[in-house]
Write a protein that binds this ligand. Structure first.
Ligand code: C2E
Ligand code: CA
Ligand code: CA
Length: 663
C-alpha cells in the first residue's frame, strides 16, 4: 500500500484519505464518513476494539485497529478523543499513510500545546536532568523571562539561593518515587523574587526511564505571603535585585558595631541614572539596576556584602579592612562599570560615584557611618563623577555650608530686603552713550553681611533654587526698567540666565510674566547666556533663544571664548551679541596672544553679524585697544562698577554725561 493518500483504499471509497469517524457508547459500529455526497459506512468492531476507543479521553489519543472494508483487510489509524458524554470521534487514515496520521496528531498536539500556553496557571515542565522544557505564557508574564531564553536551563538556576539544595534533593527523591507533591519556593525573576506555590506531577511520555517529566503548575502567592508580613526573607531582601535590602545591611552593621569590629562601607550611586530612566523608561532602568547588582558582585571577595539601598544606590560592606583595600575595591567596581551594559538592543554606560567611610575612624553608629559614606559619595560626584572619595571632616563642612545656603537662600527669596540688583553700565563706543546695563545679583544676609554671587550661585544651580532666583531677578529687573522708562531714562537691562533655568519648562512663561507684571508695553529686558547652556541640548537652546527674541529680548553670549561651542554651532544660533570674557581683556594692550585671540573672535562675530561687547575693562590702555579693534560696547570698572539703581541714576547724570562728550 502506498503512503500517498490519493491512491489509498480509503480515498477510493470515501473521496478522502482521512475520513471522519464516530463511535457511540451503545453500539460497537464505527461510523465512517467521507466527502459530501458519498454515503456513510458503518463497520463492526470487536468489543475489545470498541473498548480501546472508548478509553480515549478529552486528550487527543491514537489507536490502530484492523477491520474489513468492502471485503478487503484494512489497518486503520484512528486519531481522536472523547467529544461528548457518550461519544468519541476523530479522523481515520490508512496506517501506512504516515503523512495523514502525522497531520492529525499534529493538530491534537498543537491544541495541547496551546492549552499549556494559555492555561491560567504557571506551568513549567522539567526533565529528569532538572532542565526546563516548557515555560508557559503566564510564567513569562510573572517572571519577565522569555520561554526561549529559559528552555534547556536548569530549574535550580532560578531558585532562591537558600532553597536550591532542598529543592534539588526534593526533585531527585520524587523522580525516584514518582509521587505527586506540592511545595512552596522562592523564585528569582526579572521582577524580583516571587513566592510560588507549586503542585508537581509526573508524566510519562514514551517508555524510557528518561522520558519522565515533572509538570509543575504554580500560583504566585507573593502578595499573600507578604500580607501575612511571615516571609522574613521579603522583609530583608530587595525585591528587584534579590540583594539584601537596607534593613538587612543595617542589622549586619549594628552587629559588627556591637562586636567592636573594624570595617568599612562603600556607598555607591549610579551616575546619571535619572537620564537612563527618563530616556529609556523604567523597565530598562530596572534591568540596569539588576545588571549593575551582578557587576558589583563580581568585583568583591567572599565575605563582602552588597546591599541595595533603594533607587540607584548600593552599599558594600567590607570587614577587617584598610583605607587602601577599600580604595582598591572602589577602583575595581568603577572599572567593572566602565564597560557598556547591554540591555536588549540598548547599550548603557552605567558609571558610578563611590564614597568610602570606616568604622571606628569616621563614625560609631550606623546612621553616622552611612551619612559619612553618602557625603563622600556626593564629594565624588562633585569632582566629576565616575570616581571615589574617602570621607573627611572638610566634606562635612561643605555639607553644613550647603544646608546653610539652602535654608537662608529660601528665606532671602521670601524676604523683601535681602536680595538686590546692582546695575553696571555698558558704554556704546561709537556714541559714548549708556543705553544698556547688566543686572548683577547681590545678597545682603542679616547673618553674614554681603555675599558674592560666586559664593551662592553654584549652590543655587545644583539645588535648582536658581529657577526661583532667576525669576526674582527677571521680575525686579523688568520693574526697574519700566520705572526708568517712566522717568524718561532710555535703558535696557540685561539679566544673567543660568543654563539650569534656560532648560526649565517655565522659563518662557517666567520671562513673559515679568514683562507683563512690569506694566510696560515694550520689552526692555535682554538676556545673557553662557556657552554651557548650549552643550547639552543645542536644539532646544536654539528654540528657547528664538522664543526670547520673539518676546523682544536681545540675546547675548556671555564669557565668550571660555567654553567649547564650535564655530558651526555658533553660526546657527540666533544671537544679538557676544561678550568677550574678562580673561582675554586683562592686560590686552600688552599681551600679544590675547590680542590675536581677540582679533579673531571679533572677526568671527562681525562675520556672523553679532555685536561685540567687552567686559571687565579696567584701564584706559585696554579700552583704547578694544576701541581700535572695532568692539561695539565696553563694560568695566574703568567706567562704572555695579551700583544700586539710585546710585546708578546719579552716576548717569554726572559721569555718564562726561563719557558722552569724550566719545
Ligand atoms: P558675569 O555675568 O560674567 O558678570 C561679570 C562679573 O564681573 C560681575 O561679578 C561683575 O561685577 C564683574 N565685573 C564687572 N566689571 C569688572 C571689572 O572691570 N573688573 C573686574 N575684576 N570685575 C568686573 P559679580 O557681580 O560678582 O558676578 C559674578 C558672576 O555671578 C556673574 O558673572 C554671573 O555669572 C553670576 N551672576 C551674577 N548675578 C547673577 C544673576 O542674577 N543670575 C545668574 N544666573 N548669575 C548671576
Ligand atoms: Ca553676565
Ligand atoms: Ca561674563
Amino acid at each position: 500500500m502506498s503512503d500517498d493518500s490519493s491512491e489509498s483504499l480509503l480515498f477510493t471509497y470515501f473521496g478522502t484519505g482521512s475520513p471522519y469517524w464516530k463511535l457511540s457508547a451503545d453500539s460497537n459500529a464505527l461510523q465512517l464518513a467521507g466527502v459530501k455526497g458519498i454515503p456513510n459506512l458503518a463497520v463492526a468492531l470487536t468489543a475489545s476494539q470498541a473498548d480501546e476507543i472508548r478509553a480515549f479521553t478529552g486528550v487527543t489519543s491514537h489507536a490502530e485497529i484492523d477491520i474489513v472494508l468492502f471485503g478487503e483487510p484494512q489497518r486503520l489509524s484512528l486519531v481522536g478523543k472523547k467529544d461528548g458524554t457518550h461519544s468519541w470521534s476523530g479522523t481515520a487514515s490508512d496506517y501506512m499513510d504516515t503523512r495523514a496520521v502525522a497531520k492529525d496528531l499534529t493538530h491534537g498536539l498543537e491544541f495541547a500545546e496551546q492549552v499549556i500556553s494559555e492555561v491560567n496557571s504557571l506551568v513549567v515542565i522539567i526533565d529528569h536532568n532538572f532542565n526546563i522544557l516548557r515555560f508557559n505564557r503566564l510564567c513569562e508574564e510573572a517572571t519577565g523571562l522569555r520561554e526561549e531564553d529559559v528552555i534547556g536551563k536548569s530549574a535550580h538556576a532560578f531558585m532562591a539561593a537558600g532553597e536550591r539544595d532542598a529543592s534539588r534533593s526534593n526533585i531527585n527523591e520524587f523522580f525516584r518515587s514518582s509521587v505527586s507533591y506540592a511545595v512552596e519556593r522562592t523564585i528569582n525573576t526579572l521582577k524580583g523574587p516571587r513566592r510560588i506555590q507549586w503542585r508537581n506531577k509526573f508524566v510519562q511520555s514514551g517508555s524510557g526511564p528518561d522520558q519522565r517529566y515533572l509538570v509543575c503548575s504554580g500560583t504566585d502567592v507573593t502578595e499573600e505571603r507578604k500580607a501575612q508580613a511571615k516571609l522574613l526573607e521579603l522583609a530583608t531582601v530587595d525585591t528587584l535585585t534579590g540583594l539584601p535590602n537596607r534593613n538587612a545591611i543595617y542589622e549586619k552593621i549594628e552587629a559588627l558595631l556591637a562586636a567592636g569590629r573594624r570595617f568599612g562601607v562603600l556607598f555607591l550611586d549610579l551616575d546619571d541614572f535619572k537620564q537612563v530612566n527618563d530616556h529609556y523608561g523604567h523597565t530598562v532602568g530596572d534591568n540596569l539596576i539588576q545588571a549593575v547588582a551582578l557587576n558589583i558582585g563580581t568585583a568583591l571577595r567572599d565575605g563582602d556584602i552588597v546591599a541595595r539601598m533603594g533607587g540607584a544606590s548600593f552599599l558594600v560592606l567590607v570587614q577587617d579592612t584598610s583605607v587602601e583595600h577599600l580604595e582598591n575595591v572602589a577602583l575595581r567596581i568603577i572599572d567593572r562599570l566602565k564597560a557598556p551594559i547591554s540591555l536588549g538592543l540598548i547599550e548603557v554606560y552605567a558609571g558610578c560615584s563611590i564614597g568610602i567611610a570606616l568604622c571606628p575612624e569616621h563614625a560609631d553608629t550606623v546612621d553616622q557611618l552611612i551619612r559619612c559614606a553618602d557625603t563622600a559619595m556626593y564629594a565624588a560626584k562633585d569632582s566629576g563623577k565616575r570616581t571615589f572619595r574617602v570621607f573627611s571632616r572638610e566634606m562635612d563642612d561643605k555639607v553644613a555650608e550647603n544646608i546653610w545656603l539652602d535654608v537662608n537662600l529660601r528665606k532671602a527669596l521670601e524676604s523683601e530686603h535681602q536680595l538686590k540688583l546692582y546695575y553696571q553700565p555698558k558704554l556704546n563706543v561709537k556714541t559714548g552713550e549708556v543705553r544698556s546695563v547688566e543686572a548683577l545679583l547681590r545678597w545682603d544676609s542679616p547673618e553674614r553681611g554681603s555675599i558674592a554671587p560666586a559664593a551662592f550661585i553654584p549652590y543655587a544651580e545644583d539645588s535648582g533654587l536658581i529657577v526661583p532666583l532667576g525669576r526674582w531677578v527677571m521680575r525686579n529687573a523688568a520693574r526697574q526698567a519700566a520705572a526708568w522708562k517712566a522717568k524718561n531714562l532710555n535703558l535696557r537691562i540685561a539679566v544673567n540666565l543660568s543654563a539650569r533655568h534656560l532648560t526649565s519648562p517655565s522659563l518662557i512663561r517666567d520671562f513673559a510674566d515679568s514683562l507683563h507684571q512690569s506694566g510696560g508695553d515694550q520689552c526692555l529686558l535682554d538676556v545673557e547666556l553662557t556657552e554651557s547652556c548650549l552643550i547639552n541640548d543645542a536644539a532646544s537652546a536654539h528654540a528657547v533663544i528664538s522664543q526670547l527674541r520673539q518676546l523682544g529680548a536681545q540675546v547675548h553670549l556671555d564669557d565668550f571664548g571660555t567654553g567649547y561651542s564650535s564655530l558651526s554651532q555658533l553660526a546657527r544660533l540666533p544671537l544679538d551679541a557676544i561678550k568677550l570674557d574678562q580673561s582675554f581683556i586683562t592686560a590686552i594692550d600688552s599681551n600679544t596672544t590675547s590680542q590675536a585671540l581677540i582679533r579673531s573672535m571679533i572677526a568671527v562675530a562681525q562675520q556672523l553679524k553679532f555685536a561685540v561687547i567687552a567686559e571687565g575693562v579696567e584701564t584706559e590702555a585696554e579700552a583704547d585697544f578694544l576701541k581700535s579693534e572695532g568692539v561695539d560696547y565696553i563694560q568695566g570698572y574703568l567706567y562704572g562698577r555695579p551700583m544700586p539703581a539710585k546710585e546708578f541714576e546719579d552716576w548717569l547724570n554726572n559721569k555718564g554725561k562726561k563719557l558722552r562728550l569724550v566719545a
